[in-house]
Design a protein around this ligand. Sequence first.
Ligand code: ITT
Length: 198
Amino acid sequence: MKLCFYLATKNKNKFKEIREIIGEEIEILLPPDNIEFPEEKGKTLEENAFLKAEYLSRFIKNEYIVGEDSGLFVEKLNGLPGINSAIFSGERDDKKNIEKLLYMMKDLKTKESRKARFITVACLFGKGEKVFFKGEIEGYITFEPRGLNGFGYDPIFEIPEIGKTFAEMKTEEKNKISHRSIAFKKLKEYLIKKAKEG
Ligand code: ITT
């Protein structure tokens, strides 16, 4: 039987990325449309990832469920926007979130002072599992948005070794190196190893 898990997210961009990262070996299922997740109340990415998975597990039994929480952490802003990245401007609006962040960073004039990291935590839950997988990537916040691909803060997050923002990269390029791909490749390895052990 093919390995599969439910992904406890409403974010279609995340789903798309994770499906591409995981590939064909594992099937990924979305929650039924009528399920609305409660507001994220956790204080850490781990807590929120777990809460999303646990919530979906109330509706879906005897299956693996994965909750994912991610965020952008700017060093000089003491980790903002952090776990509130999705609604930083007060709204779930990528453009407004970016505008607010760039405004808050307007006095940070050097590249070094604009250091940031994206972090993803995935929580594998169900069938007796509660395991966390983390991925991080370091970069810089650009002075203005660049590129049209991706989602969220991708247009202002530059990878120094490549000199491109995530939004200037093709999906495959982002998915090779991203915080999300680091976390989900670990999860994939874990599930495959478990399945082999029987
Ligand atoms: P779910 O809770 O339904 O999974 P969400 O969009 O609310 O979806 P999060 O709570 O994990 O997701 O918030 C993550 C936010 O961080 C997301 O909305 C983006 O603004 C930002 N973010 C996370 N990963 C990103 C990435 O790879 N590229 C750009 N922005 C990202």
